[in-house]
Design a protein around this ligand. Sequence first.
Ligand code: C2O
Length: 562
Amino acid sequence: MVSSRGFLSWLIFLFIGILGFIPFPAEAAIKKYQFDIQVKNVSRLCHAKPIVTVNGRFPGPTIYVREGDRVMVNVTNYAQYNMSIHWHGLKQYRNGWADGPAYITQCPIQTGSSYTYDFNVTGQRGTLWWHAHILWLRATVYGAIVIMPKQGTPYPFPQPNMEVPILLGEWWNTDVEEVEKQGTEMGLPPNMSDAHTINGKPGPLFPCSEKHTFAMEIESGKTYLLRIINAALNDELFFGIAGHNMTVVEVDAVYTKPFTTQTILIAPGQTTNVLVLANQVPGRYFMATRAFLDVPLPVDNKTATAIMQYKGIPNTVLPSFPQLPASNDTEFALGYNRKLRSLNTPQFPANVPLKVDRNLFYTVGFGKDSCPTCVNGTRLLASLNNISFVMPQIGLLQAHYFNISGVFKTNFPDKPPTPFNYTGAPLTASLGTVHGTRLSKIAFNSTVELVLQDTNLLTVESHPFHLHGYNFFVVGTGIGNFDPAKDPAKYNLVDPVERNTVGVPTGGWTAIRFRADNPGVWFMHCHLELHTGWGLKTAFVVEEGPGSDQSILPPPKDLPPC
Ligand code: C2O
């Protein structure tokens, strides 16, 4: 029999238990943004032209959120182009509807229409970015996403005095959509950009730069967190600051083991957070960015600059210039990427899949289609496992969710049809590249290893691959052909860097691992817009799990129609 005294202490026990288990309501907020897609006249390098913008701003507004927040961005399209916006690096758990790539997870937002991207920011903190995900419109439609850690959770590095987004981009003097169209008509790479930019500005090495130079004031002894984003279309970039070291503390919104460097290397799609201590003789110092390309292909080799200026130093002082590696410095690139490691602490562990359920091996190649109207009678294309991806007419996620047949096939091969010496002598032979909307189906919660292998079909080249809906661990990389018998033994399964975009080195390979715990249709592509356009892309169909919280959420009511 339970005495009343016993019952009371049981009640108290229960109450304390409940207090212990139910955390005080997390102050998750709803952050709302309005994005008006507008055309605006902008001038750079003495050329004025209309560009597509968000809210008339270039670069677009920064989204500030806190881990755990819900974000609602209403996008209203006032431009003549169809639009879609991608939240690059946001995992969008079960919620591909808010991911944004046109014809993959949604049909585009047509002129005069609106769509609200509604998503939660869960288990991520750091720097990401958003950009248009249709045609080449991301050339001007992009901005930063800053995810602050949960209230009361400090950074795992010294608290900076100030934080500054640094967006690296490319600028064309002519209409970017025309540039792209001309390239497609000719069957050749379109004109390269006329300038690189830092926060939309090319800096004083370009004409008419007076108003078009980004400058930030710093104070001796203070620490600055630069949130660096490569928003360029086609160029991997070096970035450095004269006289100042940078300490890398995070990439792609994942903390890293800190290391100090004079130059960072950042591929399109990637982000890098660095700490900079203002510890030099007060003066003016250039920040500079320039392309990295280690094959003899045409590239925009012009250097964009911005200025770090100590407080009280007049504008007349000539800034000093940082030393950047040579534009084809492969050794620097490989060495830099080797230094990137996950922080891997109990609080921020690297949960690397140790056992692999599904092994994938994808070759990256170029090729040519015959094209009688093109300049050389051929049109350049790019492929994965000899398949050049064809964009569908309706969103793949809708087709998957509503079981609409005939939109895509799930027969993307796990390995290339015929093995060959991938990185040997240059190959021009056609390997029978086919066109198709072919995807790979992945079982829910299975662990996947994907080896991306560059080839010498027409030319070797490095390719920054981006996977939507996931982060992955970069467990290995090497030059030459991947050797399945020897290379896996050298993998880093302890603290490999975790990110959403990774470079496949020129004439080499990269192995990534992830757990397929996010059901939906997830795009994977080279983040060089040129190569994406040529077909260097595919998507994964990740199946649903049995649990009630393991299925794709129902589509929002305002999902744009095709
Ligand atoms: Cu940042 Cu699919 O792209």
